[in-house]
Design a protein around this ligand. Sequence first.
Ligand code: ADP
Length: 359
Amino acid sequence: MSGGAPPGGSRGGVRFDGVTVAYDGNVVLDSLDLTVEPGEVMALLGPSGSGKTTALRAVAGFVRPVRGRVLIGERDVTGLPPHRRGIGMVVQQYALFPHLRVADNVAFGLRAHKVPRAEIPGRVAEALAMTGMEGFARRHPRELSGGQQQRVAIARALAIRPGVLLLDEPLSALDARLRSDMLAELARLHRELPDVTILYVTHDQVEALTLADRIAVMDAARLRDCGTPQDLYRRPRTPFTASFVGNANLLPVRVGDGSVLFGGAELAVATAGAARGATATLCVRPHLVGLGSGPNELRGTVAEVQWRGSTHRVYVEVAGHRVKADVRELRVTPAPGDEVALHFAAEDAVLLAAGVSGE
Ligand code: ADP
């Protein structure tokens, strides 16, 4: 971004410090502690109703926490009105003014931020160029596709040169192909604007895994986990994260000595930190489960086989649980009712705390 500090805004990250939001006494965001580093892309990932949008609205200033503070950079903004926070926001439904041309939609935010009149045309052109929409300045929103409207909404958010960009399910109204193009576009924008801190609300793990430096996993008003995409995928700390970030087999096991017991099978996996005799959950990703004999073998009956193009998803009933294996090369496709063996490498399994949730 060229020149100029953001109006009333500050560069820097975002910090939630014990932020609690309630509607009519009903807590929908519970004591959120989370630090987003300057220039970082943080995805808030979780099921519908988990409090993600509420967290974003607390940063934007559209909702007032009943407890806690929101900081942008070093500044406590908890009591500031939205337009003094130096924030750009993009929501799912574009929210463009239908009666205003593209250029005027983008200029609107600049006027609201009291940018000097003479600067506005240049800033509008700059923002439209950033999103590849410079040729559309004179069109009305109804003359644009959904993807183009969303680009204009992003241009409008960027025009004020925000220190923090809030994106609330920005791609969910687009079809799959456009979504994938826009994901690449957002990644490019972030490379061009490395100082802008981005909070990205989504329920789509692909978006979170693709774009985010770190992912904050939310469930039922609470932060459940936070880490890099690789970290959460390879070393989830909770069954919820394991099932929400990627696909997972979550097997209820009893901890032994350097092994766990599942059904009648003894499986060699790392058990560091887990008490012998305790119940726990073993997480194994379906693509790391092989069909046939091998180490850590499980025997069971095929329940269902789904062809998914590049893989077969084989569901096998083992000791009363349905284990999923995503298999690439199949010489013979198993059929429901077949007795088969499954196996996985010890290093591909992660032992989690007690309790199984998810599928
Ligand atoms: P998410 O973004 O994860 O889908 P939200 O933050 O939008 O979740 O909502 C969290 C909870 O707060 C939901 O149960 C929702 O119904 C409730 N909620 C959101 N906004 C309001 C509101 N203005 N009044 C009352 N309840 C609300």
